[in-house]
Write a protein that binds this ligand. Structure first.
Ligand code: NAI
Ligand code: MG
Length: 354
């Protein structure tokens, strides 16, 4: 087993170091190799995703990724910006299935802005299609309008596009995931308005026939946004397209209190995956040793479960994290009265010890 370790920028290097420490103590047989990515790679090689980094990622069984980006790169041409590295990795590795669990740990119920009874025990999984939809659909661009409400005016356009096989494969990912949980899938679309959503719903219904043991329901995206804050525990697995998933998964993240707790996985059809925290490079706290490493440590657990076939090791990491939270240790983002504030490294050490 080979893991490509790509810490990236900002707090990326600090939090990935803690996750690697946790992996090391498990005493499993794997090789790790690190490479630069994002702004760090741009500084050293003039490109955010150098050929050598991409090659390492492609050859590995899994990629453990920190975060990329810094405001100082905002003036660079778009293809040279750090964020292009993550888009390039998704595209080149064919990472079409994005798993974003939103779990509310018992000890952190108070950190959410929602009432405790709404989120205590929350454990939902948002599955976002990652390589299609309006973010990639052609044609797109800017032009002078020849029709519409303002002919002759400057306009811009994007194309929302999905093919049947693209929807089928993400549907199967969602139904398979639901089989291992409470056997319910909510498919989110906007089929009352959009043709792509109508195809999405048709394909979901077709694929559901292969999974008679899983219950499928459909929800319009605007209603899903409301239900997520009104009664989030009603959901189990949510499957949706790239743009709706982008928005809903960030909304779900906030239910749990801190983005510093939320892992993610992006998988391709051979279960090769990229694992990263849901947050970014946090330039405002980078280098201070205060970032919460738990999202990255929990991403490493997802990596062991999904790509490296080590479910027991994944369980060990997750229960160690729970134990550390129960012992009262908190980084600043999840700190509250009566708990003990610790830094990035102390938090990592505590997980290792547990
Ligand atoms: P961010 O997620 O980096 O930070 C948002 C807020 O959350 C900040 O106040 C930050 O201090 C805090 N935060 C984030 N992670 C934390 C952690 N582990 N522990 C404690 N606090 C944490 O998002 P922001 O500020 O919008 O973006 C910063 C940079 O990150 C930008 O360059 C952006 O493009 C990049 N970014 C990269 C992503 C990636 O690499 N996949 C994803 C999102 C943003
Ligand atoms: Mg987002």
């Amino acid at each position: 087993m080979k893991i490509a370790v790509l810490p990236g920028d900002g707090i990326g290097t600090e939090i990935v170091a803690e996750a690697v420490k946790v992996l090391d103590v498990l005493d499993l047989k794997f090789e790790t190799e690190s490479a630069l990515v994002g702004g760090a790679a741009y500084e050293a090689h003039g490109h955010p995703l150098p050929e050598s980094t991409l090659k390492l990622a492609k050859e590995a069984d899994a990629v453990l990724f920190g975060a990329v980006g810094d405001w100082k790169y905002d003036k660079l041409d778009r293809p040279l910006r750090p964020e292009q590295a993550i888009l390039g990795l998704r595209k080149n590795l064919g990472l079409f299935a994005n798993f974003r669990p939103a779990i509310c740990y018992e000890e952190l119920v108070g950190a959410s802005s929602l009432k405790p009874e709404l989120i205590a025990g929350l454990d939902i999984l948002i599955i976002r299609e990652l390589t299609g939809d309006i973010y990639f659909g052609q044609p797109r661009g800017r032009r002078v309008a020849t029709d519409g409400h303002f002919p002759g005016a400057e306009e811009a356009f994007d194309t929302m596009r999905y093919s049947r096989p693209e929807i089928e494969r993400i549907a199967r990912v969602a139904f398979d995931a639901a089989r291992k949980r409470s056997k319910r899938v909510t498919s989110v679309d906007k089929n009352n308005v959009l043709e792509t959503s109508q195809l999405w719903k048709d394909v979901m219904l077709d694929v559901a026939k292969e999974y008679p043991d899983v219950e499928l329901d459909h929800m319009l995206v605007d209603n899903a946004a409301m239900q997520l804050v009104k009664a989030p525990k009603k959901f189990d697995v949510v499957v949706t397209g790239n743009m709706f998933g982008d928005i809903l998964s960030d909304e779900a993240a906030m239910l749990t209190g801190s983005i510093g707790m939320l892992p993610s996985a992006s998988l391709n059809s051979s279960n090769q995956g990229l694992y990263e925290p849901s947050h970014g490079s946090a330039p405002d706290i980078a280098g201070k040793g205060v970032a919460n490493p738990l999202a990255t440590i929990l991403s490493a657990a997802m990596m062991l479960r999904f790509s490296l076939n080590q479910p027991e090791a994944a369980d060990r990491i997750e229960s160690a994290v729970k134990q550390v939270l129960a012992s009262g240790l908190r980084t600043g983002d999840i700190w509250s009265e009566g708990t003990k504030r610790v830094g990035t490294r102390e938090m990592g050490d505590a997980v290792v010890a547990a």
